[in-house]
Each structure stands twice: as structure tokens, then as C-alpha cells.
Design a protein around this ligand. Structure first.
Ligand code: ADP
Ligand code: MG
Length: 243
């Protein structure tokens, strides 16, 4: 399988605290990889290192064959190819839904306003938010905000979309509508890395599941392997606590 991102021997220190330890992970084109693990195990830090919101302390991130952590690599060009969906939506509160999906395209990708609007409308329609394009974030429910955030990320035509617990801040009745959108995306061939506590969802949509514990990848495998037949005691313990 063609690799999109390959992480090699990545580590990350906060002061003396090593929160990621020798992480090795490769993600193939069109693959859906879920990352599970206890709070504090390093899942968010790993995602934030992948899109360089945090600077890794060591190791390599190889994207399309190039180590983007090498000196002089054009980091902003790399970041343009990654989309991110956050637990807390991170929408621009003074912009309406449509405008949230347009500004990045115009400012970063230098698209014309017309082209950006057309692209934004396509994705807002995909996530079922076409009726709310003029609504500001404060007029939307959590599930609706997250669907706009997903449309915004998609509008940038990312090669890889990263999700950091996209349903954790939602009221229970809104989790389903967001997972449904994500499931459709997974089926569409988009490359996705998803940090989630939704075990049923991870089992259903992932090609591969990665279990993190105390800064290391303790185990990875297919959903069947991880959920039905985990090899590591700590994976079993974690699943017993969460399922
Ligand atoms: P998870 O997302 O799995 O809950 P995090 O990646 O958020 O875990 O955190 C992993 C560890 O790194 C935790 O011990 C956390 O306290 C620490 N950490 C995360 N961000 C920072 C930061 N900006 N400064 C210092 N420590 C941090
Ligand atoms: Mg986290």
C-alpha cells in the first residue's frame, strides 16, 4: 500500500517528561487508523506532533517520501496537506458556517471567493449543514458545529484528516450525527487518523487500531485483533475498563 505518512522513532519531551517514546507508525493512502488509550497516554500529543502544532523532540515524519522534520523543509507546505478536527470545534465565532469554510481556502490556498464558496457548499451539503450556512457558531448545537468543522477541514482538500476526540465534547444525543459523517468519509477513501473513545465506532470503521499507553504504542492491529484478541495485558485491562 502506498504510504502517506510514516513516523519513525518519534519522541516528544515536555521538560524532562518524555510523553512520546519511540513512536513508529505508518499510514497508507485511504487507510483509517484509530488511536485509543487512557487519558494522558499521549494521543493528542502524537496528533499535534504529526501536524506540527507541537515540535517533536526527535525522530522523523516522512510525508510522501520526505522527512519533513529535516532542516529547511517547507513546513507550511506540509501542514497545508493535513486537516484537523478538534474536540472543541475551534470555529471562528465571528464567522458564519459558510465563511468558516471559505476563509482558509482564500487566505491559505489562494482560491477565488467563488471557487472557495462552491467548494465549501459542496462539503457543507455533504455533512448536512446546507440549511445553516448563514448561522454563526453560537446559534448551532455541538453536533452541528462539529459538522461545520469537518466541512471546513474538507474544504482544504487535505491528504490526511486528523480527528482528536471529535465527539467527546458533545451531548450524547449528538454523537451519532457526527460519527455518521465520519463513517461516510471513511468509506469515501479519505485517509484518516482518529483519536477516539468510541470503541464501537473504532471497531466498525478502522482498518487499523493503535493502542497507546504511557507514551508508547503498546499494540496495534486490525479491529478484530485488538478488540477480540488483544496480545498485551495492558490492552486487555484498558478494554475491560472502557467496553
Ligand atoms: P491524551 O491525549 O492521550 O489524553 P496528551 O497527549 O494530552 O494525552 O498528554 C500526554 C502527556 O503529556 C500528559 O502527561 C500531559 O500532561 C502531558 N502534556 C500534554 N501537553 C503538554 C504541554 N503543553 N506541556 C506539558 N505537558 C503536556
Ligand atoms: Mg487528548
Amino acid at each position: 500500500m502506498e504510504k502517506v505518512i510514516e513516523i519513525r522513532h518519534l519522541n516528544k519531551f515536555f521538560g524532562a517528561n518524555e510523553v512520546l517514546k519511540d513512536i513508529n507508525l505508518s499510514v497508507g493512502k485511504g487507510e483509517v487508523v484509530s488511536i485509543i488509550g487512557s487519558s494522558g497516554s499521549g494521543k493528542s500529543t502524537l496528533l499535534r506532533c504529526i501536524n506540527l502544532l507541537e515540535k517533536p523532540s526527535g525522530g522523523e515524519i516522512v510525508y510522501n517520501g520526505q522527512n519533513i522534520l529535516a532542516e529547511k523543509h517547507n513546513v507550511s507546505l506540509y501542514r497545508r496537506h493535513l486537516g484537523m478536527v478538534f474536540q472543541q470545534f475551534n470555529l471562528f465565532n465571528n464567522h458564519n458556517a459558510l465563511s468558516n469554510c471559505v476563509v482558509g481556502q482564500v487566505e491559505v490556498l489562494k482560491r477565488s471567493k467563488d471557487e472557495a464558496t462552491e467548494t465549501a457548499m459542496k462539503y457543507l451539503r455533504n455533512v448536512g449543514m446546507e440549511q445553516y450556512i448563514h448561522a454563526k457558531p453560537k446559534q448551532l448545537s455541538g453536533g452541528q458545529k462539529q459538522r461545520v468543522a469537518i466541512a471546513r477541514a474538507l474544504s482544504m482538500d487535505p491528504d490526511v484528516l486528523l480527528f482528536d476526540e471529535p465527539t467527546s465534547a458533545l451531548d450524547p444525543e449528538m454523537v451519532g450525527e457526527v460519527l455518521k459523517v465520519m463513517k461516510d468519509l471513511a468509506g469515501s477513501g479519505l485517509t484518516m487518523i482518529i483519536v477516539t473513545h468510541e470503541m464501537e465506532f473504532a471497531r466498525e470503521v478502522s482498518d487499523r487500531v493503535v493502542f497507546m499507553d504511557q507514551g508508547v504504542i503498546a499494540e496495534e492491529g486490525t479491529p478484530e485483533q485488538i478488540f477480540n484478541n488483544p496480545k498485551q495485558e495492558r490492552t486487555r485491562e484498558f478494554l475491560k475498563r472502557t467496553l
